[in-house]
Design a protein around this ligand. Structure first.
Ligand code: CAA
Length: 256
């Protein structure tokens, strides 16, 4: 089944996650397809920028698919973390501008995918959170590394330790998003903004992305490895099992 819809408008590729019924939560297929679609667009000389968004009016990406996480052991959880990190690294290291048009929930892995994008624009109804602790987990797709760099250590700790959602206005005040548009106009406004950026020197744009990324990479690789190991380790604990089972059974988890 095709999980990613790709359309090109004026040299800009729009990649839409098509799992509206699950609020665009990312399962294996969706992760692989998005990574492949990104790599294809980055190689395609006719494409100059990429926008990632979610289908429907409610959600950008509601995180990793919790239903598949129920069956992960430590080894599989490490691989799952690396798969998501690999996708977010493809986005962050892209030589072409990648922008998130966050049209609703950006939770857990969904927030992490947006964090890897070079710029983020949100709809008025967008909501951001790293709710993993509510599942007895930690972010596993780069959130522990990228969030503090974007909003600072203090707000990153607040978001990751509380697991609470913030709205788009709060996200703007923290510098988590670059701008807010109405729900109806978000995608068009992001296309117009991207068009404006693409009028600048193409080589200068590419070099700017490369230089800024270079300033972060070496330190981040080590942090990503620690994140994947600790994410995986939690899958041996009763706490994670209780958190995930409680979500699936639609009840509040009981942590000791
Ligand atoms: N995984 C799997 N299914 C999900 C999902 C997810 N992350 N988020 C939502 N869904 C599914 C729901 O199970 C539901 O499916 P059914 O109709 O089959 O029951 C459907 O999408 C609609 O969701 P709700 O009925 O819950 O919709 P709502 O409007 O009442 O609530 C919500 C919306 C607040 C986003 C709620 O769905 C929610 O809390 N989702 C989980 C968000 C989350 O915890 N994300 C983090 C995942 S862990 C992670 O991402 C780890 C990492 O770093 C890699």
């Amino acid at each position: 089944m095709k999980m990613i819809n790709s359309i090109i408008k004026n040299n800009i590729c729009i990649l839409t996650i098509e799992r509206e019924k699950a609020l665009n939560a990312m399962n294996y297929e969706t992760l692989h397809e998005l990574n492949d679609a990104l790599k294809t667009s980055i190689k395609d000389e006719s494409i100059r920028a990429i926008i990632i968004t979610g289908s429907g009016e409610k959600s950008f990406i509601a995180g990793a698919d919790i239903k598949i996480m129920q069956n992960l052991d430590k080894t599989k959880a490490y691989e799952f973390s690396k798969l998501g990190q690999n996708l977010t690294n493809t986005i962050e290291n892209s030589s072409k501008l990648v922008i998130a048009a966050v049209n609703g929930f950006a939770l857990g892995g969904g927030c992490e995918i947006s964090l890897a994008c070079h710029l983020r624009f949100a709809s008025e109804n967008a909501k951001f959170s790293q709710p993993e602790v509510k599942l007895g987990l930690i972010p596993g797709w780069g959130g522990t590394q990228r969030l503090p760099k974007i909003v600072g250590k203090s707000f990153a700790l607040e978001m990751i330790l509380s697991g609470e959602m913030i709205d788009s206005k709060k996200a703007l005040s923290l510098g988590l998003v670059n701008g807010i548009f109405s729900n109806e106009t978000l995608l068009n406004e992001v296309l117009l903004y991207t068009d404006k950026i693409l009028k600048n020197g193409p080589k200068a744009l590419e070099s700017s992305l490369l230089c800024i990324q270079k300033s972060i990479n070496s330190q981040q690789e080590e942090g990503m490895e620690t994140e994947a190991k600790l994410f995986a380790k939690s899958f041996q604990s009763k706490e994670t099992n209780e958190g995930i089972t409680a979500f699936i059974e639609k009840r509040t988890p009981k942590f000791d």
